[in-house]
Ligand binder design. Structure first.
Ligand code: HEM
Length: 271
């Protein structure tokens, strides 16, 4: 219906339509830059926290754990969220969809690899120190997010990338893919917030390591609370940009939608 309305407005006043589309595209690009900046800040500040207060990075000992928050925020939040918005970029609407499919698939694959590395770090750290696995709400939420993400990646690969899925199946699966994509991002944000909170409660305990208590809000807690807020703003902004109808790719029934990633454009035109 939104697309129909958009076409009607275009026919009634082409100049006004072009100028409002340009304004809307510029706003999208600005907000996308803001999303990238927020994502960069989340990764950089988490890296700073680990270096400044948590003993830096290492491949063994207690510093092995420190890869976990940095990799999970980079993979499941920043790379994943940026990948989700690729098809909303206005300059991806014209011309071949192939490079955008490739970019979306590569970014989500990178997100997956980095997240798996983050999980390997925390499981190895737990096993090396004989700590129990998967007991916290944080770990359950996190595992649900990674599990759904893995299923989503494999299903999308089979449906959109490989040439055997029918057009009917692709059209049926697309809204499900978008819905689960948004759910995975929401779960990842929830897991990251629970993880940050849990880690601050564990680490800022004067009875165990003589540090200042969390309740006295030391600079470390202030910084990571702020990172939590930045993650929430990042997630909400991505979800809002995904849901806004004006930024959805127009003419979804065009031939490009049916084009599997492994087929090139010329082949499609011959069909
Ligand atoms: C989307 C992001 C994240 C996911 C999917 C995730 C997932 C997980 C999983 C599955 C575990 C269980 C490992 C085990 O039982 O051996 C875990 C442990 C842990 N994570 Fe995360 N994590 C994420 C982000 C974070 C962040 C940002 C922090 C902040 C420091 C963090 C802190 C912890 C801590 C302290 C543990 C050990 C205690 C526990 O098992 O709950 N995580 N994480």
């Amino acid at each position: 219906m939104e697309l129909k309305g958009r076409n009607q407005r275009k026919q009634q006043s082409p100049d006004r339509w072009t100028s409002s589309m340009m304004k809307s595209s510029s706003l999208f690009c600005l907000l996308y830059l803001l999303v990238l900046l927020l994502g960069f800040l989340c990764i950089a500040l988490t890296g700073y926290w680990v270096q400044r207060w948590r003993g830096g990075f290492a491949l063994q000992g207690s510093a092995l754990f420190n890869w976990h928050p940095v990799c999970m925020i980079t993979g499941l939040i920043v790379l994943y969220g940026s990948a989700a918005l690729v098809y909303r970029l206005p300059f991806s609407w014209t011309g071949s969809k192939f490079p955008w499919k490739l970019l979306h698939a590569s970014l989500t694959l990178a997100a997956f690899i980095v997240s798996v590395l983050g999980l390997v770090a925390v499981f190895k750290f737990h096993n090396d120190h004989k700590f129990p696995n998967l007991y916290s709400l944080h770990s359950w939420l996190g595992l649900a997010a990674v599990g759904l993400f893995s299923c989503q990646w494999v299903t999308a690969l089979c449906t959109f990338l490989l040439p055997w899925a029918s057009i009917w199946l692709r059209n049926l699966y697309k809204p499900i893919h978008v819905f689960f994509g948004m759910m995975i991002l929401t779960l990842s944000v929830a897991a990251a917030l629970a993880g940050i909170n849990e880690k601050l409660i564990f680490s800022l305990d004067p009875r165990i390591n003589g540090s200042l208590p969390y309740a006295s809000l030391p600079p470390e807690a202030c910084l990571m609370n702020a990172v939590g807020i930045l993650i929430v703003v990042f997630g909400l902004l991505v979800l809002w940009m995904l849901l806004r109808p004006t930024w959805q790719r127009p003419d979804l029934s065009g031939p490009e939608v049916r084009q599997p990633l492994l087929e090139d454009d010329e082949e499609e035109e011959c069909q």
